[in-house]
Design a protein around this ligand. Structure first.
Ligand SMILES: Nc1ncnc2c1ncn2[C@@H]1O[C@H](COP(=O)(O)OP(=O)(O)O)[C@@H](O)[C@H]1O
Ligand SMILES: [Mg+2]
Length: 275
């Protein structure tokens, strides 16, 4: 693995991701309105923001599932903004993605879910695949569940299998979209520990989108808040906590009560927080 050297130096100073003046609209909906961001290799970076502010849209630009209307995306020092689809496949081999809801293939066993990218990209024997899948499952604390189907797993296990699948190709970075939504505090903590372990063991860069302020402040090196299409604040956990900006403080006061996206949906003008 190429990134092992950074394992003891979480922040190598080397830039993993850069976004320059990123804009994205869907029809009249101008979602991203000029995002500038850089994430260093080995960093744990968390993007906060209310529901529908464009957090998932931003993540999808990093792996070419969406393309910007304006601006640039650079991954590991190379500009990827205008890559052709077949070149994106190459970039995605280095970036694991844990989708919102930990979407697993329901008709495939845990083994086949985790092995999916291995079969697609590497020429391994069935025995090598089994060993690699077992190692990935072990690193997320799940042993001997290869034969189970997604429907047989708890929510926490499904998320962890989603992480095992994302790390199967030994990526240099993993993107997590709402990795703890719907999990109880114990399982949320476990996911956080897993993210920290991956960085410690393999120097993995992590970019996390979440509503979970406990997770965010427990593990992040840097935090940004997305609001009205822009990053209105960016800094260390201490800098964000002590931000003089009212919108940042309002988010921190209200955000911790949000368990899931739908808390904010369809409740226009209504205060999500009764306490
Ligand atoms: N593929 C798409 N086509 C049209 N609109 C989209 C698409 N993806 C996201 N949007 C819109 O972009 C906005 C931001 O969405 P999203 O990034 O999913 O928000 P969140 O911050 O909750 O992750 C929403 O208004 C959503 O409806
Ligand atoms: Mg989202």
């Amino acid at each position: 693995m190429t990134h092992a050297a950074t394992a003891t130096q979480p922040d190598s100073g080397e830039i993993f991701l850069e976004l320059h003046d990123l804009h994205k609209s869907f029809g009249p909906n101008h979602v991203l309105r000029g995002i500038d961001l850089s994430v260093h290799r080995g960093q744990i970076f968390t993007l906060l923001g209310g529901s529908g502010t464009g957090k998932s849209v931003l993540l999808k630009h990093i792996i070419g599932l969406l393309h910007p209307d304006r601006g640039r995306v650079c991954v590991e020092g190379a500009e990827v903004t205008d890559l052709r689809e077949r070149d994106w496949v190459e970039v995605r081999k280095h970036i694991g993605f844990v989708f919102q809801g930990a979407a697993l293939f329901d008709s495939l066993s845990v083994l086949e879910n985790v092995a999916y990218a291995l079969r697609e990209h590497l020429h391994l024997t069935p025995q090598e695949i089994r060993l690699r899948v077992a190692a990935c499952l072990e690193s997320v604390g799940l042993v001997g569940i290869e034969h189970l189907m997604p429907a047989e797993l708890s929510g926490g296990m499904r998320k962890r299998v989603g992480v095992a699948r994302a790390i199967a190709l030994e990526p240099s970075a993993v993107l997590y979209d709402e990795p703890t939504t719907g999990l109880d505090p114990a399982n949320s903590k476990r996911i956080g520990q897993l993210i920290v372990d991956l960085r410690a063991r393999l120097g993995v860069t992590s970019i996390i989108v979440t509503h979970d302020l406990d997770l965010c402040f427990a593990i992040s090196d840097r935090i940004a808040l997305l609001e009205n299409g822009r990053l209105v604040a960016e800094g260390t956990p201490d800098e964000i906590r002590s931000s003089p900006r009212e919108d940042v403080q309002a988010f921190l006061d209200g955000g911790s009560d949000l368990e899931a996206d739908d808390v904010w949906l369809g409740r226009d003008g209504e205060d999500a927080d009764g306490a």
